[in-house]
Design a protein around this ligand. Structure first.
Ligand code: AMP
Ligand code: GLY
Length: 422
């Protein structure tokens, strides 16, 4: 079979490595992929948002199955176009991807169907938003409505910070049209859990839970990033909480999308906060998380392509999706300075032993050399019987990989280990 994977980061590399485990897969094209995944896929320089280019490529390369991984092509309708071209695809339609594409849509959906989330107000007018900020209790969370590369959320602890966030979204258009409208919401506290799920609109099959580490620096300091490391499973996510989430969040969300005529088929990501008043939704994503995928998929026992095809064919309830009873840890190696400014173009060396564990996100091949080409350069994942061993192994492997100006956090999994001890 010929497969096509849209996207080019560490998440896509993890998806590709897992899909390759299926013996029927002969070739995987990555659009655009990156220089670090050339051992696993044929990278084709077509941008993930060039929907016409992707569809044309699929049509002319005998593609048997396509996976659209990133949020922007999904929100732009890439899955719809591939389907129209007769190519079976994993990834939600444009109508369903709005669950991530518009925070106002998702907040209104949760309100309408009684799905627990932070209280909120929506604004399309700067002065009304600023007047609200003046009298609302702190802290406040200010969110751009649309996609903003994971940077559209500001947690404001002072009125000034909140007003600045409102102005930079709505007046300065820091996120372009994504910030024309904003959500201002209540600040919640509690452990965060990421739960990725497979859903075909009939059933929801949650994957093993995970924990992201979003801040750039140790002890959760520094700027918010796309994610500096992950562990799975997340020790805060007990069986009782999982059952509660299925009842109050996962199934109600699937049913709500069906009722709205926006059946979601693909990977639905639930970003949850376990508050004192029970689990609440912080955000939905219409796709696999990055770097959650780099710990979740290595633990998947069932063949990934089979699961994805069952989602496409709406036969997911016929399948048992199994995960290993082990732990995984992923450490992201970034260019020092990320997520602000950083230098790139440094040679990356990855020992043979580490290659099967490495998911490359930001690299380019030039004159036979692999060079850094992004903020998050690569992730290294270890799967072991328990979390302490997985973390030790992931850090051992990370130390064996080299590029100038490499930076990584040294406390990935620390909170999870503490939770295991409690
Ligand atoms: P998001 O881009 O929606 O994932 O938000 C980024 C991060 O901001 C989340 O992972 C949370 O840590 C934090 N966050 C978002 N919304 C809230 C909220 N209502 N209360 C507290 N923290 C939040
Ligand atoms: N790691 C968070 C995300 O993929 O949105």
């Amino acid at each position: 079979m010929n497969l096509l994977v849209v996207g080019g980061g560490g998440r896509e590399h993890a998806i590709i490595k897992k899909l390759k485990e299926n013996k029927d897969v002969s070739c995987i094209y990555a659009l655009p992929g990156n220089g670090g995944m050339e051992d696993d896929a044929v990278c084709v320089n077509i941008s993930a948002t060039d929907i016409a280019g992707i569809t044309e490529f699929a049509r002319t390369h005998e593609i048997d199955y396509a996976v659209v991984a990133p949020d922007d092509p999904l929100v732009l309708g890439c899955a719809d176009e591939l389907e129209k071209a007769g190519i079976p695809v994993f990834g939600p339609s444009k109508k369903a991807a709005i669950i991530e594409g518009s925070k106002i849509f998702s907040k209104d959906l949760m309100k309408k169907y009684g799905i627990p989330t932070a209280a909120y107000e929506v604004f399309d007018n700067v002065s009304e938003a600023l007047a609200y900020v003046e009298q609302a209790p702190l802290p406040l969370v200010v969110k751009a409505d649309g996609l903003a590369l994971g940077k559209g959320v500001v947690i404001a602890f002072t009125k000034e910070e909140a007003a600045d966030a409102v102005k930079s979204c709505m007046e300065d258009r820091k996120f372009g049209a994504s910030g024309e409208r904003i959500v201002i919401e209540e600040y919640l506290t509690g452990p965060e859990v990421s739960v990725l799920s497979f859903t075909d609109g009939h059933v929801v099959v949650p994957m093993v839970s995970s924990m992201d580490h979003k801040r750039a620096l140790d002890n959760d300091e520094g700027l918010n990033t796309g994610g500096m490391g992950t562990v799975a499973p997340n020790p805060y996510y007990t069986k009782a909480i999982a059952d509660e989430c299925m009842e109050t969040i996962f199934l109600p969300t699937m049913k709500a999308m069906n009722a709205e005529g926006r059946t979601f088929k693909g990977c639905l990501y639930f970003g949850l906060m376990l508050t004192e008043k029970g689990p609440k939704v912080i955000e939905y994503n219409c796709r696999f998380g990055d770097p959650e995928t780099q710990v979740v998929l290595p633990l998947l026992k069932t063949d990934l392509l089979t699961v994805m095809q069952a989602v496409t064919n709406e036969t997911l309830s016929d399948l048992t999706v199994e995960f290993m009873d082990k732990a995984a840890a992923c450490v992201i190696m970034a260019s020092d300075g990320y997520p602000a400014s950083y230098e790139k173009g440094f040679e990356i060396t990855i020992p043979e032993e580490a290659k099967p564990h490495t998911y490359v996100a930001g690299a380019v091949r030039k004159d036979g050399k692999l060079l850094t080409n992004g903020g998050r350069v690569l992730g290294v994942t270890a799967v072991e019987d328990d979390l302490p061993t997985a973390l030790k192994e992931a850090y051992r492997l990370a130390a064996s990989i080299h590029f100038d100006n490499a930076y990584y956090r040294h406390d990935i999994g620390k909170r999870a280990l503490q939770a295991l001890e409690d």
